[in-house]
Write a protein that binds this ligand. Structure first.
Ligand SMILES: [Zn+2]
Ligand SMILES: [Zn+2]
Length: 145
């Protein structure tokens, strides 16, 4: 075992980075956590470690290739780097994209007082998604009609 294992495995490193980026960009996972990305890439690259996935997600996020979302206790990653807001379902944990309309956005920004200059504004909605709201109300119209 060498202590000075020079990181000459650039090729392998960039292949991992590519795969992780493609996985997040595919959109199939929605807004995945690092563990979900890890599960997905492991199928194609069995030797990849969770640490490597974390590291690559972090560097992809700081390079602006993907966005990192801090939604409560877990960091999630988003292939959509444009400004948008999210809805987090308290029941199933699903995350949905929400576009804030321009007038509401202006309203958000106008709540800043005292010399702040914001270049982005996003909101985190929390509650129940359509599927879960339905389940919460067993006596819906559907049942009665
Ligand atoms: Zn839900
Ligand atoms: Zn999003």
């Amino acid at each position: 075992m060498k202590n000075h294992a020079a990181p000459k495995n650039c090729k392998r490193g960039s292949r991992q980075r590519r795969l992780i980026l493609d996985t997040v960009r595919s959109g199939a996972l929605g807004h995945p956590t690092a563990a979900e990305v890890y599960d997905a890439v492991r199928g194609k690259m069995p030797n990849i470690s969770l640490g490597t996935v974390y590291r690559n997600l972090g560097s992809l996020a700081s390079d602006g290739e993907i966005s990192r979302l801090d939604l409560g206790d877990l960091s999630r990653f988003d292939c959509d780097t444009s400004e948008h807001s999210h809805f987090a379902c308290k029941k199933c944990g699903a995350i949905f994209d929400v576009r804030i309309c321009p007038s509401a956005r202006r309203g958000l920004l106008s709540s800043l007082r005292g010399g702040f200059s914001a270049d982005s504004a996003s909101v985190l909605f929390s509650g129940y998604c359509p599927k879960c709201s339905k389940k919460l109300q067993p006596n819906t119209k559907e049942n009665r009609l």
